[in-house]
Design a protein around this ligand. Structure first.
Ligand code: NAP
Length: 282
Protein backbone atom coordinates (compact mmCIF):
# COMPACT_ATOMS: atom_id res chain seq x y z
CA UNK A 1 0.00 0.00 0.00
CA UNK A 2 1.23 3.49 -0.86
CA UNK A 3 2.02 6.05 1.82
CA UNK A 4 -0.81 8.60 1.86
CA UNK A 5 0.44 12.19 1.69
CA UNK A 6 -1.97 14.10 3.91
CA UNK A 7 -2.31 17.62 2.48
CA UNK A 8 -5.03 18.57 4.91
CA UNK A 9 -2.76 17.90 7.87
CA UNK A 10 0.32 19.56 6.34
CA UNK A 11 -1.73 22.62 5.30
CA UNK A 12 -2.92 22.83 8.93
CA UNK A 13 0.71 22.85 10.13
CA UNK A 14 1.54 25.68 7.72
CA UNK A 15 -1.49 27.72 8.75
CA UNK A 16 -0.45 27.31 12.41
CA UNK A 17 3.10 28.44 11.61
CA UNK A 18 1.73 31.47 9.76
CA UNK A 19 -0.56 32.23 12.70
CA UNK A 20 2.50 32.20 15.00
CA UNK A 21 4.43 34.56 12.70
CA UNK A 22 1.45 36.92 12.40
CA UNK A 23 1.13 36.99 16.21
CA UNK A 24 4.86 37.74 16.57
CA UNK A 25 4.60 40.55 13.98
CA UNK A 26 1.58 41.98 15.79
CA UNK A 27 3.62 42.25 19.03
CA UNK A 28 5.99 44.48 17.01
CA UNK A 29 3.01 46.55 15.85
CA UNK A 30 3.00 45.08 12.32
CA UNK A 31 -0.31 44.01 10.79
CA UNK A 32 -0.57 41.78 7.74
CA UNK A 33 -3.35 42.72 5.31
CA UNK A 34 -4.57 40.93 2.19
CA UNK A 35 -6.80 42.78 -0.27
CA UNK A 36 -9.00 40.53 -2.41
CA UNK A 37 -10.67 42.02 -5.48
CA UNK A 38 -13.77 40.19 -6.69
CA UNK A 39 -15.44 41.29 -9.91
CA UNK A 40 -18.95 40.01 -10.64
CA UNK A 41 -20.93 37.25 -8.99
CA UNK A 42 -19.41 33.97 -10.19
CA UNK A 43 -20.55 31.48 -7.49
CA UNK A 44 -17.33 29.41 -7.56
CA UNK A 45 -15.22 32.58 -7.17
CA UNK A 46 -17.35 33.63 -4.21
CA UNK A 47 -16.67 30.26 -2.51
CA UNK A 48 -12.90 30.57 -3.19
CA UNK A 49 -12.83 34.11 -1.80
CA UNK A 50 -14.77 33.07 1.29
CA UNK A 51 -12.30 30.21 1.91
CA UNK A 52 -9.38 32.63 1.64
CA UNK A 53 -11.08 35.02 4.07
CA UNK A 54 -11.68 32.18 6.53
CA UNK A 55 -8.00 31.19 6.35
CA UNK A 56 -7.00 34.84 6.91
CA UNK A 57 -9.25 35.01 9.93
CA UNK A 58 -7.69 31.84 11.38
CA UNK A 59 -4.16 33.15 10.86
CA UNK A 60 -4.88 36.66 12.17
CA UNK A 61 -4.37 38.25 8.74
CA UNK A 62 -6.66 41.19 7.99
CA UNK A 63 -8.64 40.54 4.81
CA UNK A 64 -10.18 43.40 2.88
CA UNK A 65 -12.66 42.46 0.17
CA UNK A 66 -13.30 44.87 -2.70
CA UNK A 67 -16.40 43.79 -4.62
CA UNK A 68 -16.97 45.32 -8.03
CA UNK A 69 -19.97 44.91 -10.34
CA UNK A 70 -19.82 42.49 -13.30
CA UNK A 71 -19.76 45.38 -15.83
CA UNK A 72 -16.76 47.15 -14.26
CA UNK A 73 -14.66 48.67 -17.07
CA UNK A 74 -10.98 47.69 -17.37
CA UNK A 75 -9.78 51.22 -16.51
CA UNK A 76 -11.77 51.23 -13.28
CA UNK A 77 -10.36 47.85 -12.20
CA UNK A 78 -6.82 49.04 -13.02
CA UNK A 79 -7.42 52.13 -10.88
CA UNK A 80 -8.54 49.94 -7.93
CA UNK A 81 -5.33 47.88 -8.27
CA UNK A 82 -3.22 51.05 -8.52
CA UNK A 83 -4.79 52.46 -5.33
CA UNK A 84 -4.10 49.18 -3.49
CA UNK A 85 -0.48 49.23 -4.75
CA UNK A 86 -0.08 52.70 -3.25
CA UNK A 87 -1.85 51.91 0.03
CA UNK A 88 0.88 51.21 2.61
CA UNK A 89 -1.57 49.34 4.86
CA UNK A 90 -2.06 46.64 2.18
CA UNK A 91 0.61 43.91 1.95
CA UNK A 92 -0.89 41.46 -0.51
CA UNK A 93 -3.21 41.97 -3.49
CA UNK A 94 -5.18 39.19 -5.12
CA UNK A 95 -7.55 39.64 -8.03
CA UNK A 96 -9.82 36.59 -8.09
CA UNK A 97 -9.77 34.83 -11.47
CA UNK A 98 -11.45 34.21 -13.83
CA UNK A 99 -12.50 37.78 -14.57
CA UNK A 100 -15.63 38.56 -16.64
CA UNK A 101 -14.90 38.07 -20.35
CA UNK A 102 -14.67 41.77 -21.29
CA UNK A 103 -11.71 42.25 -18.92
CA UNK A 104 -8.06 41.62 -19.80
CA UNK A 105 -6.72 39.48 -16.91
CA UNK A 106 -3.09 39.64 -18.13
CA UNK A 107 -3.10 43.43 -18.03
CA UNK A 108 -4.66 43.39 -14.55
CA UNK A 109 -2.01 40.94 -13.28
CA UNK A 110 0.75 43.12 -14.76
CA UNK A 111 -0.73 46.12 -12.91
CA UNK A 112 -0.26 44.49 -9.47
CA UNK A 113 2.94 45.58 -7.74
CA UNK A 114 5.40 42.62 -7.76
CA UNK A 115 5.99 43.43 -4.06
CA UNK A 116 2.32 42.65 -3.32
CA UNK A 117 1.76 39.87 -5.90
CA UNK A 118 0.89 37.11 -3.39
CA UNK A 119 -0.55 34.87 -6.15
CA UNK A 120 2.88 34.90 -7.84
CA UNK A 121 1.36 35.45 -11.30
CA UNK A 122 3.13 38.73 -12.24
CA UNK A 123 5.74 38.31 -15.02
CA UNK A 124 8.39 39.70 -12.64
CA UNK A 125 7.55 37.04 -10.03
CA UNK A 126 7.73 34.34 -12.72
CA UNK A 127 11.07 35.69 -13.99
CA UNK A 128 12.49 35.94 -10.45
CA UNK A 129 11.55 32.30 -9.83
CA UNK A 130 13.30 31.17 -13.02
CA UNK A 131 16.61 32.89 -12.15
CA UNK A 132 16.51 32.28 -8.40
CA UNK A 133 15.81 35.83 -7.17
CA UNK A 134 13.49 36.63 -4.25
CA UNK A 135 9.82 36.93 -5.19
CA UNK A 136 6.46 35.26 -4.82
CA UNK A 137 5.83 31.74 -6.13
CA UNK A 138 2.51 30.49 -7.44
CA UNK A 139 0.74 28.89 -4.45
CA UNK A 140 -0.16 25.42 -5.81
CA UNK A 141 3.36 24.42 -6.98
CA UNK A 142 4.90 26.00 -3.86
CA UNK A 143 2.48 23.88 -1.81
CA UNK A 144 3.60 20.72 -3.61
CA UNK A 145 7.23 21.43 -2.67
CA UNK A 146 6.11 21.70 0.97
CA UNK A 147 4.21 18.40 0.66
CA UNK A 148 7.34 16.68 -0.67
CA UNK A 149 9.67 18.17 1.96
CA UNK A 150 7.39 17.50 4.90
CA UNK A 151 6.68 13.93 3.75
CA UNK A 152 10.39 13.17 3.46
CA UNK A 153 10.24 12.55 -0.31
CA UNK A 154 13.72 12.96 -1.79
CA UNK A 155 13.99 15.05 -4.95
CA UNK A 156 17.75 15.40 -5.50
CA UNK A 157 18.83 13.62 -8.69
CA UNK A 158 15.46 11.97 -9.17
CA UNK A 159 13.36 11.85 -12.35
CA UNK A 160 10.36 14.16 -12.09
CA UNK A 161 7.69 14.17 -14.78
CA UNK A 162 5.09 16.94 -14.68
CA UNK A 163 2.08 16.55 -16.97
CA UNK A 164 0.54 19.94 -17.82
CA UNK A 165 2.31 23.19 -18.73
CA UNK A 166 -0.02 25.93 -17.48
CA UNK A 167 1.44 29.22 -16.24
CA UNK A 168 0.03 28.70 -12.75
CA UNK A 169 0.88 25.03 -12.15
CA UNK A 170 2.99 23.09 -14.69
CA UNK A 171 5.62 25.67 -15.65
CA UNK A 172 6.39 27.05 -12.15
CA UNK A 173 6.36 23.44 -10.88
CA UNK A 174 9.11 22.64 -13.38
CA UNK A 175 11.22 25.59 -12.16
CA UNK A 176 10.75 24.59 -8.52
CA UNK A 177 11.68 20.95 -9.15
CA UNK A 178 14.82 22.11 -11.00
CA UNK A 179 15.67 24.16 -7.90
CA UNK A 180 15.23 20.91 -5.93
CA UNK A 181 17.84 19.28 -8.21
CA UNK A 182 15.39 16.88 -9.85
CA UNK A 183 15.76 15.95 -13.51
CA UNK A 184 12.62 17.50 -14.94
CA UNK A 185 10.40 16.60 -17.90
CA UNK A 186 7.27 18.63 -18.64
CA UNK A 187 4.75 16.73 -20.75
CA UNK A 188 1.61 18.17 -22.40
CA UNK A 189 -1.08 17.35 -24.93
CA UNK A 190 1.45 17.07 -27.79
CA UNK A 191 3.74 14.65 -25.92
CA UNK A 192 4.18 11.35 -27.76
CA UNK A 193 4.00 8.03 -25.88
CA UNK A 194 2.88 9.68 -22.64
CA UNK A 195 2.79 6.38 -20.73
CA UNK A 196 6.42 5.71 -21.59
CA UNK A 197 7.36 9.19 -20.36
CA UNK A 198 5.40 9.06 -17.09
CA UNK A 199 6.65 5.55 -16.28
CA UNK A 200 10.17 6.99 -16.07
CA UNK A 201 9.10 9.21 -13.17
CA UNK A 202 10.25 8.74 -9.59
CA UNK A 203 7.97 11.70 -8.90
CA UNK A 204 4.92 12.10 -11.13
CA UNK A 205 2.98 15.38 -10.88
CA UNK A 206 -0.30 15.52 -12.79
CA UNK A 207 -2.05 18.79 -13.68
CA UNK A 208 -4.21 18.29 -16.77
CA UNK A 209 -7.80 18.64 -15.51
CA UNK A 210 -9.02 15.24 -16.83
CA UNK A 211 -10.84 13.08 -14.25
CA UNK A 212 -9.12 9.77 -13.39
CA UNK A 213 -6.96 9.92 -16.56
CA UNK A 214 -3.82 8.42 -15.01
CA UNK A 215 -4.32 4.72 -14.30
CA UNK A 216 -1.63 2.38 -12.94
CA UNK A 217 -0.35 2.01 -16.53
CA UNK A 218 1.15 5.50 -16.24
CA UNK A 219 2.88 4.89 -12.91
CA UNK A 220 6.26 3.30 -12.20
CA UNK A 221 6.27 0.82 -9.30
CA UNK A 222 7.07 2.75 -6.10
CA UNK A 223 6.76 6.25 -7.63
CA UNK A 224 5.52 9.26 -5.68
CA UNK A 225 2.32 10.51 -7.34
CA UNK A 226 1.16 14.08 -6.75
CA UNK A 227 -2.28 14.83 -8.16
CA UNK A 228 -3.17 18.51 -8.74
CA UNK A 229 -6.44 17.74 -10.50
CA UNK A 230 -9.69 19.18 -9.13
CA UNK A 231 -12.07 17.40 -11.45
CA UNK A 232 -15.57 15.91 -11.32
CA UNK A 233 -16.23 12.23 -12.03
CA UNK A 234 -19.25 10.84 -13.89
CA UNK A 235 -21.37 11.28 -10.72
CA UNK A 236 -20.30 14.88 -10.20
CA UNK A 237 -18.04 13.88 -7.28
CA UNK A 238 -14.72 15.69 -6.76
CA UNK A 239 -11.78 13.61 -8.00
CA UNK A 240 -8.26 14.06 -9.34
CA UNK A 241 -6.44 13.47 -12.63
CA UNK A 242 -5.27 10.16 -11.16
CA UNK A 243 -7.48 7.09 -10.89
CA UNK A 244 -6.64 6.72 -7.20
CA UNK A 245 -8.09 3.24 -6.62
CA UNK A 246 -6.25 1.85 -9.63
CA UNK A 247 -2.89 3.64 -9.21
CA UNK A 248 -2.52 3.59 -5.40
CA UNK A 249 -1.40 -0.07 -5.10
CA UNK A 250 1.44 0.59 -7.59
CA UNK A 251 2.61 3.92 -6.12
CA UNK A 252 5.07 4.32 -3.24
CA UNK A 253 3.36 7.51 -2.02
CA UNK A 254 0.30 9.34 -3.30
CA UNK A 255 -1.88 12.39 -2.62
CA UNK A 256 -5.65 11.86 -2.35
CA UNK A 257 -8.27 14.18 -3.89
CA UNK A 258 -9.75 15.79 -1.88
CA UNK A 259 -7.27 16.31 0.96
CA UNK A 260 -4.01 16.35 -1.00
CA UNK A 261 -2.76 19.31 -3.03
CA UNK A 262 -6.02 21.31 -2.73
CA UNK A 263 -5.71 22.49 0.91
CA UNK A 264 -2.07 23.50 0.30
CA UNK A 265 -2.95 26.30 -2.13
CA UNK A 266 -4.72 28.53 0.41
CA UNK A 267 -2.15 27.68 3.11
CA UNK A 268 0.65 28.86 0.80
CA UNK A 269 -1.31 32.04 0.02
CA UNK A 270 -1.28 32.76 3.76
CA UNK A 271 2.48 32.09 3.83
CA UNK A 272 3.00 34.44 0.88
CA UNK A 273 1.09 37.15 2.79
CA UNK A 274 3.51 37.01 5.73
CA UNK A 275 6.50 36.70 3.39
CA UNK A 276 5.32 39.94 1.74
CA UNK A 277 6.34 41.80 4.91
CA UNK A 278 9.96 40.69 4.46
CA UNK A 279 9.94 41.45 0.73
CA UNK A 280 8.45 44.92 1.28
CA UNK A 281 10.91 45.81 4.03
CA UNK A 282 14.10 44.56 2.35
P1 NAP B 1 -4.91 24.10 -17.79
O1 NAP B 1 -4.48 25.52 -17.81
O2 NAP B 1 -6.19 23.70 -18.40
O3 NAP B 1 -3.74 23.22 -18.47
C1 NAP B 1 -3.89 21.86 -18.67
C2 NAP B 1 -2.59 21.31 -19.19
O4 NAP B 1 -2.74 19.91 -19.35
C3 NAP B 1 -2.15 21.88 -20.54
O5 NAP B 1 -0.77 22.14 -20.53
C4 NAP B 1 -2.50 20.75 -21.52
O6 NAP B 1 -1.60 20.65 -22.62
C5 NAP B 1 -2.31 19.52 -20.64
N1 NAP B 1 -3.14 18.40 -21.09
C6 NAP B 1 -4.48 18.38 -21.27
N2 NAP B 1 -4.87 17.15 -21.68
C7 NAP B 1 -3.75 16.40 -21.75
C8 NAP B 1 -3.51 15.05 -22.10
N3 NAP B 1 -4.50 14.23 -22.48
N4 NAP B 1 -2.24 14.59 -22.07
C9 NAP B 1 -1.22 15.41 -21.71
N5 NAP B 1 -1.39 16.70 -21.34
C10 NAP B 1 -2.64 17.18 -21.37
O7 NAP B 1 -4.95 23.50 -16.32
P2 NAP B 1 -4.39 24.04 -14.90
O8 NAP B 1 -5.00 25.37 -14.59
O9 NAP B 1 -2.92 23.85 -14.80
O10 NAP B 1 -5.11 22.96 -13.97
C11 NAP B 1 -4.86 21.57 -14.08
C12 NAP B 1 -5.65 20.85 -13.01
O11 NAP B 1 -5.21 21.29 -11.75
C13 NAP B 1 -7.16 21.13 -13.05
O12 NAP B 1 -7.85 19.98 -12.62
C14 NAP B 1 -7.33 22.23 -12.03
O13 NAP B 1 -8.64 22.26 -11.46
C15 NAP B 1 -6.29 21.82 -11.02
N6 NAP B 1 -5.81 22.92 -10.18
C16 NAP B 1 -5.88 22.74 -8.85
C17 NAP B 1 -5.43 23.73 -8.01
C18 NAP B 1 -5.53 23.52 -6.54
O14 NAP B 1 -5.60 24.45 -5.77
N7 NAP B 1 -5.46 22.27 -6.10
C19 NAP B 1 -4.91 24.91 -8.51
C20 NAP B 1 -4.81 25.06 -9.89
C21 NAP B 1 -5.26 24.05 -10.73
P3 NAP B 1 -1.47 21.83 -23.74
O15 NAP B 1 -0.69 22.91 -23.10
O16 NAP B 1 -0.72 21.15 -24.84
O17 NAP B 1 -2.87 22.22 -24.08
Amino acid sequence: MAELINGKEIAGQIRDEVKGTVAALSVRGIRVTLAVVLVGEDPASQVYVRNKEKACEYCGIVSRRITLPEQTPQEELLKVVKDLNEDPSVNGILVQLPLPRHLDADEVIRAISPLKDVDGFHPQSVGALSIGLPGFTSCTPAGIIELLHRSGIKTDGRECVIVGRSNIVGKPMGMLMLRENATVTIAHSHTKNLQEVTRRADILITAIGKPKFFTRDYVKEGACVIDCGMDRDENGKLCGDVDFADAEPVAGAITPVPGGVGPMTVAMLMKNCVDSIVLQRS
